[in-house]
Design a protein around this ligand. Structure first.
Ligand code: ZN
Length: 156
């Protein structure tokens, strides 16, 4: 493990210890609950949308440090973005997790901000689902509010 990966590992651990907007329970009827049986991660995400802007993301649940840290970093990253940008970020993060440790070009990593610390996780197939779980729940919570990505709209 090189210095950068060690630093990324630290960020993930630190984030999992002090997650952002993690609640005890989510009451929102549009919440999306996701479970990763291979690791036991159990995450529920709720999202508030104002005028097509994601104004707040809350989550609840239990999981490994990767799943909790990834959901926490995601919540901070997407707040203030349009729903379209959020779907784009979800696609970019999925691309990062499918990169087998190779990462993405700088432009894409810039957009992902702190979420790019999970580049090392993409080397471990068993952990990719941990990192993606919160994003899947976020997309589910958006879909439950009737929001879908433009990409899906075009193909319908
Ligand atoms: Zn996990």
């Amino acid at each position: 493990m090189d210095d950068l990966e060690m630093m990324y590992q630290e960020v993930i651990l630190e984030e999992s210890r002090n997650p952002y907007h993690k609640l005890y329970e989510i009451e929102d009827p549009n919440r999306s609950h996701q479970f990763n049986p291979t690791c036991g991660d159990d995450i529920t995400v709720a999202v508030t949308i104002d005028d097509d802007i994601v104004s707040g993301v809350n989550f609840a649940g239990e999981g490994c440090s990767i799943s909790i840290a990834s959901t926490s970093i995601m919540a901070q990253l997407v707040e203030g973005k349009t729903t379209e940008q959020v779907f784009e970020l979800a696609d970019l993060f999925t691309e990062l997790m499918n990169s087998r440790g190779a990462g993405l070009d700088d432009d894409k990593l810039d957009k992902l901000g702190d979420a790019s610390v999970f580049v090392g996780t993409s080397k471990f197939p068993a952990r990719i689902k941990c990192a993606l779980l919160g994003w899947v729940a976020l997309k589910g919570a958006l879909t439950n509010q009737g929001v879908s990505s433009a990409q899906n709209k075009h193909t319908e």
